[in-house]
Design a protein around this ligand. Structure first.
Ligand code: ZN
Length: 189
């Protein structure tokens, strides 16, 4: 395996398959892990994969239609303020401010009585970017959008889905949320 942080070119051998598996920007060929793009060699130690980050990969620009993974920071009567963690399926950092606003009218197709019954501070949510011009605005109306990971407001234990509500296995309390259709299936990236 070559030194981490080295610049490599397509076709360069960065490791052998006994050391690392092929990750983003690499492929395996005959027991070698080869760079497929020009960039910086790094090791994803969690998955033991060789990764080459393209040199021309600037910060990610957000655009309407992108699906964002966000953490809820603050809730008011009319809006939910979140921090965008990343764009779904992509780990690159985001350009500019990461704060975004979800207005109560954009939370659900159903009537929303109060923002606090749909999201709580600390929840991880999947939302669609609908505007980027004057601050980032989000919506979670579609079925696949909403909370993808939530914690008990009393004991912070992860909540488990029970039909249309979430339940804390410790406190045995139920909590309401605007739940994404695949809540609990592990799709949180
Ligand atoms: Zn609890």
């Amino acid at each position: 395996m070559i030194e981490e942080g080295r610049l490599v070119l397509p076709g360069d051998r960065v490791a052998i398959s006994e050391e690392l598996q092929a990750g983003e920007g690499t492929y395996e060929h005959g027991g070698d892990i080869i760079a497929s793009v020009a960039g910086t060699f790094t090791v994803d130690r969690k998955r033991m994969r060789a990764v080459v980050e393209p040199v021309n990969a600037g910060p990610l620009l957000l655009k309407p239609g992108d699906i964002a993974i966000c953490e809820v920071k603050q809730i008011t009567d009319s809006m939910v303020i979140v921090n965008i963690l990343h764009i779904a399926g992509r780990k690159r950092r985001i350009a500019g401010s990461n704060d975004a606003v979800l207005h109560i009218s954009n939370i659900s197709n159903d009537y929303v009585e109060s923002t606090g019954k749909t999201f709580r501070v600390g929840d991880i949510i999947r939302a669609k970017i609908i505007e980027v011009g004057n601050g980032i605005r989000l919506a979670t109306k579609e079925n696949n959008l909403g909370v993808i990971k939530a914690y008990c407001t009393q004991c912070r234990n992860p909540l488990i889905r029970k039909g249309n509500v979430l339940e804390c296995p410790i406190c045995e309390r139920t909590e309401e949320r605007k739940i994404a259709a695949d809540y609990g299936e592990g799709n949180i990236d």
